[in-house]
Ligand binder design. Structure first.
Ligand code: AMP
Length: 409
């Protein structure tokens, strides 16, 4: 026997029981997003590496160490998509969607790839459902999206806490980064090594550190939320007011830094206690400069993404049980007639199965029992014996009459 080959570390198979659960998550997302005006978009699984370098940001963890990049054979670097927003914005620009009435509302559902250390809730290939609205900076769009994610999690039975912050605009953030970097330099001896070495590269990430010394320094650090210019501050106040109106509880977390460079103004994250270390179940934010950065016209945008596996881990979803066949077709050496009946019943829209595994007639009846088939049709030389499985009532019919009998109320 040959040696077995296992799926790569950090990946998983979606087995039929799990497919049913995922289907429920996907269906719930569709049923929520489509009536709200979100149309499905799907972008390729790989993109030009430059899209993420430019869009997500050179200094981010994702670009620095989590991308699966490869040469396309012609000297061009491609990358398995680690996130969905930059690709959607790329498609928005490429297809001239800025000419559509704003806001352009889109959603997607598919696999994403990050070279992370696998653990519970953290995989190298994982699925996200995401939604984006492009072309409006109205705070009501921010809140519309947050409310939709909140509703999705609620419908799926995922209790989650909402944290919110504002990351200001690019200029304010650049000035703040310098202020924060200067503060961190002044406290270098108290900081963890990996924070110290990244002060100039990405000082905001110091807020994410779990090192106690660093945390103490960060508790007294200058906060971006206190540096917002009047427009951004007003935007944030309106977002909070509308969230309150929508009845979605939130807390402002000035240390909320999301690991992507493109965010401006509103950022948010839903976390679920039940998930343990990987508590982020979904999050997102505004990215008012991203479309322009990718060569499009100046276009505000905002979106979120939620992890399908984490939703399932945090929820108490019971997948729907497999549907029972309407008819199980049993036979002994009458494959052609049985197969013809199978085709006819299926063509009429019935759930029909036939014996294919060489069981004895007794074994076939047992199998029909196991499947919970409503009827068993036993193909015999002079017709079909149709049995109501539960009552055991039987009648002999012509093959043509079986359909009418099964369909009869
Ligand atoms: P992010 O783009 O990092 O904010 O991710 C959005 C959501 O995707 C997270 O809240 C998680 O639910 C999910 N997610 C991100 N990375 C992973 C991963 N490596 N494995 C599983 N789910 C992930």
């Amino acid at each position: 026997m040959s040696a077995r080959i296992a799926a790569p570390r950090g990946t998983f198979d979606i087995l039929p029981e799990q497919a049913a659960q995922r289907d429920l998550v996907e269906r719930t997302a569709r049923e929520l997003l489509e009536p709200a005006g979100y149309a499905r978009i799907e972008t390729p699984a790989f993109e030009a590496t430059e899209l993420f370098e430019r869009g997500v940001g050179e200094s981010t963890d994702i670009v620095q160490k989590e991308m699966y990049s490869f040469d396309d054979g012609g000297g061009r670097s491609l990358t398995l998509r680690p996130e969905g927003t930059a690709p959607v914005c790329r498609a928005y620009v490429e297809h001239g969607m800025h000419k559509l009435p704003a806001p352009v509302r889109l959603y997607y559902l598919g696999p994403f790839f990050r070279a992370e250390r696998p653990q519970a809730g953290r995989y190298r290939e994982f699925w996200q459902v995401g939604a984006e609205a492009l072309g409006s900076d109205d705070p009501a769009v921010d809140v519309e999206l947050i409310v939709l994610l909140h509703e999705l999690l609620t419908r799926l039975g995922v209790p989650a806490r909402l944290r919110l912050a504002s990351l200001a605009n690019a200029q304010t953030r650049a000035a703040y980064r310098e202020e924060l970097a200067a503060y961190l330099h002044a406290h270098e001896p108290e900081l963890a090594e990996n924070v110290r070495s990244r002060i100039d590269l990405n000082p905001l990430r110091a807020f994410d550190s779990d090192d106690p010394g660093t945390q103490q320094v960060m508790a007294a650090a200058p906060r971006l939320i206190d540096r917002l210019d009047p427009d951004d501050a007003e935007h944030f106040v309106q977002v909070r007011g509308l969230l309150e109106l929508a009845g979605v509880a939130h807390e402002v977390d000035p240390a909320l830094v999301r690991g992507l460079d493109y965010y401006t103004r509103t950022v948010f994250e839903f976390t679920s206690e039940t998930l343990g270390a990987q508590s982020g179940v979904g999050g997102g934010g505004r990215y008012d400069g991203l479309v322009e950065l990718l060569g499009g016209p100046r276009t505000p945008g905002i979106g979120w993404a939620a992890g399908i596996e984490r939703i399932i881990l945090a929820s108490d979803l019971t997948p729907p049980t497999a549907l029972q066949p309407d008819v199980y077709i049993a036979h002994e050496d009458r494959r052609t007639a049985a197969f013809q009946l199978l085709l006819d019943l299926r063509a009429a829209g019935l759930r029909a199965e036939m014996e294919l595994a060489g069981r004895s007639l007794k074994g076939q009846l047992k199998h029909a029992e196991r499947l919970g088939a409503r009827h068993v049709a036993i193909v015999e030389p002079d017709g079909v014996r149709l049995r109501d499985r539960e009552s055991g009532a039987e009648r002999m019919l012509s093959a043509e009459a079986v359909l009418d009998h099964v369909l009869a109320p």
